[in-house]
Design a protein around this ligand. Sequence first.
Ligand SMILES: Cc1ncc(COP(=O)(O)O)c(C=O)c1O
Length: 371
Amino acid sequence: MKDSLTIKKIPCLDLKGQHEQIKNEIFEAFEKVYANTAFSGGPFVEEFENSFAKYCGTKYAVGVNNGTSALHLAMLALKIGVGDEVIVPANTFIATAWGVSYTGATPVFVDCDPLTWEIDVTKIEEKITPKTKAIIGVHLYGMPFDIDAIKAICTKYNLFLLEDAAQAQGARYKGVNVGGFGEMACFSFYPGKNLGACGEAGGIVTNNEFYNKHLHSLRNHGSTVRYYHDEIGYNMRMGGLEGASLSVKLKYLEDWNGRRRTIANRYQNEITNTKIKMQLQPDWADSIFHLFVVTVEDREHFINYLNTQNIFPGLHYPVPCHLQKAYAYLGYKAGDLPNAEYLANHCVSLPMYAELGDDEVRCVIDAINNF
Ligand SMILES: Cc1ncc(COP(=O)(O)O)c(C=O)c1O
């Protein structure tokens, strides 16, 4: 921690501190990959898959090239395609919906709850039609969604449940690590995630042997025996260097998540400015605070003010999925999903990463309280 250092700019995320700490270990791991020329898939990916499945409490983990591919392959494994509909929260990163669209199916966006900012469970059933095949819940900003409530809807309508856990490696729902609650859970290991590779990577975890086998084949050109292709497949393997870096970092994840929880706790307790609203954290949710998002009425003024204090927050996400140009063909209009739209127009992501020093946290809190 950098408590005694002079405070300079405080960004929303800074990856340098983490990578300085573990540089030697990562480079040693890279040397092993290099010595084995195991660059695509192979033992270093398998080692990570085994330890990550164990960490999530699932039987299987399948490493892929990024979280978007994980969602795409999960949709394919569920046999979702043209003519099908999948329920997706409007307040999420757009990739949650991409996997649905890649298969030719239609994402059906649902508004978020005004307090938890996650999918509004009470608004799901009105969107279900005979074409609906699945619900994708998103553990948004690292906070688990209300899994039991959504599972109950899935059971009632015979729908698949998929967890988009891209932002939630190590988050717990009612004390249990996320990943094993639905048919599959998709993770991103993008470098900026709480568990991020040195490169692009993603993964799918599942307890289902059939999905596991199918996903292995799909990510590898639809093949289980070399040069024999059972179906149209993809090249979505995880790289060896990425797998090796993830195995190193997984050992630190609990500590890093713990530090984020401490910082979040301070923000929650010490930010007393009533202009700032925070995400409600229900009792059952143990967030890993991938992002610490707040809302404020006069966002532009707030951000400009923070910038004068050398604090540079982020925006996650400035346009809700249903109003993205890419989805104009679905015909949504402004006002359709008002809570998600409010979030998009008022959200601000405060600095959040494990290496943020106590003095920097103090600085952010004081600046916000003086706004
Ligand atoms: C909620 C969510 N879903 C999916 C993804 C896609 O992951 P990737 O960037 O690894 O493709 C992300 C990544 O930012 C995400 O935040």
